[in-house]
Write a protein that binds this ligand. Structure first.
Ligand SMILES: [Fe+2]
Length: 330
């Protein structure tokens, strides 16, 4: 279960298509940025046409939305540029409408886009994480991005969402004009990002302009990078983001995987030994969360190695996830 590596992709290069999925009202157009073809989880930019109206209702999967231009009336409030929505599966929104239209980025994190008309939450919905804030106006920039080892000064973040169980996070980030970082990075998690404004350059993938996007599976080298005029972007990870920095542009994802495992062996030798000795017979339960259905085998980075020593990443098979049988808090 994984989305393929997409980098770079620029949504300005493709046309909007009308969203005709059952349940949705006419007047939404979309561009797909990435999709997991097994689960339907996807990231899209969407355009609500002027005059669009939608009755109260919910989605069967969690979604996050950032309004980038225009405005959206949500119940009796008006959401404008910078409005960020975190909507857990099954949590309903009041009626929405827009006179002028609205342009937004939307993350469906665990299942396909869906809309069920309803003026109440689904019985299984957990509203505790629901929020609508203005990410541009209501939050302060953290001047040091992430815990150590951190990125170079001049890359700042605003935390939007955080999953305590998995470490998955969503955040705005910016690079100041003239930002640069001269090392290479990889992570144990997938990361995706969308440029709301501005252009950055990365050694492996070239320039990422306004409207630029990537979905990058775990252990893919990225960096060095820089930005001449600065950027504003939104990013999301599907797990705990640790920066493994190095200076070897030729290391493969499989080699990076092995280096990361070696770091676990150094930092937590007892745990590493336990994992090795229980490789084929450990219980799938997360003991701190006995009602959680997560299993390590659910996670497939898609990375594999060939006999000739090359390795790469692409999507493998996975299971569907619906609200009724969903993983907790998703
Ligand atoms: Fe990264």
């Amino acid at each position: 279960m994984a989305r393929p590596h997409i980098e770079p992709f620029v949504d300005r290069d493709v046309a909007f298509k009308p969203l005709t999925l059952s349940g949705f009202k006419p007047g939404i157009r979309y561009k797909t940025l990435s999709i997991d073809k097994d689960t339907g989880a996807c990231t899209m930019t969407i355009q609500y046409d002027a005059g669009f109206k939608q009755p109260p209702g919910f989605s069967y999967s969690e979604y996050e939305m950032l309004l980038m231009s225009g405005s959206l009336k949500v119940g009796d409030k008006v959401a404008r540029k910078g409005a960020y929505f975190f909507v857990p599966a099954g949590c309903h929104l009041p009626a929405i409408s827009t006179d002028e239209g609205a342009f937004a980025l939307i993350f469906y994190n665990f299942g396909p886009p869906s809309f069920q008309e309803s003026d109440r939450d689904h019985d299984d919905a957990d509203r505790s994480k629901f929020k609508i804030i203005n990410a541009y106006e209501d939050l302060d920039w953290l001047m040091t991005a992430r815990r150590m080892p951190g990125v170079a000064p001049g890359c700042c973040v605003k935390a939007l969402a955080f999953d305590e169980k998995t470490g998955a996070s969503t955040f705005l980030y910016c690079m100041v004009p003239g930002f640069w970082q001269d090392n290479i990075s990889y992570h144990d998690c997938a990361e995706e990002a969308y440029h709301i404004w501005g252009t950055s350059f990365m050694m492996q993938f070239g320039e990422l302009p306004t409207g630029g996007y990537f979905w990058r599976p775990a252990y893919i080298n990225h960096g060095c990078f820089k930005s001449d005029l600065g950027i504003l972007a939104i990013g999301r990870t599907d797990g705990d983001l640790h920066n493994y920095f190095h200076h070897d542009p030729y290391s493969t994802p499989e080699e990076n995987h092995e280096r990361a495992a070696a770091a676990v062996a150094r930092h937590k030798p007892a745990l590493y030994k336990w994992i090795l000795t229980h490789e084929h017979n450990h219980l799938p339960h997360d003991f701190e969360h006995p009602d959680d259905t997560y299993q390590a085998t659910d996670y497939d980075s898609g990375i594999h190695m060939h006999d000739d020593g090359t390795s790469h990443s692409h999507a493998h098979g996975g299971a569907h996830s619906h609200l009724g049988g969903k993983k907790k808090n998703r």
